[in-house]
Ligand binder design. Structure first.
Ligand SMILES: [Zn+2]
Length: 220
């Protein structure tokens, strides 16, 4: 039996990746990110990876039966006592209902970040072309303007990191996520909600809070 089975929800720019990585370091949980799994499968160029690539490149969602097969396989191949945090799944009620048949869920973690903070953060974000490291011109500047500290690569701004596109991504996230949060409320899965109220929220504080709430629920 997995010790803790958690879902994590957070808008693009909410810091979800950063917090999940820290939970992984601190608590030894496995972070299962559907996005990462798909990227790896596409790189490995397996049959399923090539099918997934066709959908992704056409800008389409990967169909549920494929997503579910991949996830069920991933869960079946990890140690049964290992805790996990699932990121990027479910995205729909239909997926949530299928997930119930694969594994029970003990807790939902929601990272609530006001839109203005996300817009500030993402519009000043810069990414290294070479290694993918992320910087922020407001509070995580590179030492030399436009150059990656780690590898010397060129920094660029993602084309979808502009306020108009960010607003659309946030609306999509909200319309996807609110029905899911209601679903887990009606199925009585406990919710840990962290609300960020400052632009430069120290990640450690958020992770401390989540850890403390997990302890209250006897999950750690
Ligand atoms: Zn770099």
């Amino acid at each position: 039996m997995h010790k803790m089975r958690a879902l994590i929800f957070g808008a693009p720019g909410s810091g979800k990746g950063t917090y999940s990585a820290r939970l992984q370091d601190r608590l030894g949980v496995d972070v299962i990110s559907m996005g990462d799994i798909f990227r790896n499968m596409m790189q490995e160029n397996s049959i399923l990876g090539r099918i997934i690539k066709r959908y992704v490149e056409a800008g389409l969602l990967v169909p549920d039966p494929i997503v579910i097969e991949v996830l069920a396989d991933r869960l079946a191949n990890m140690p049964k006592e290992k805790s996990f945090v699932l990121d990027g799944f479910p995205r729909t009620i239909a997926q949530a209902e299928v997930l119930e048949k694969i594994t029970p869920i003990d807790v939902v973690i929601e990272l609530a970040v006001p839109d203005w903070i996300i817009i500030e953060r993402l519009s000043s974000r810069r990414i290294c072309k070479n290694c993918g490291a992320a910087y922020n011109l407001r509070f995580m500047k590179p030492e030399v303007e436009g150059v990656c500290d780690r590898c010397g690569g060129t920094l660029y701004q993602r084309s979808d990191d502009n306020p108009a596109v960010i607003k659309m991504r946030l609306e999509l996230y909200a319309s996807e996520t609110s029905p899911l949060l209601r679903f887990y409320e009606t199925t009585k899965v406990p919710l840990i909600k962290h609300t960020t109220d400052q632009l430069e929220m120290p990640p450690e504080k958020v992770v401390d809070y989540i850890e403390q709430e997990l302890k209250k629920l006897n999950l750690f």
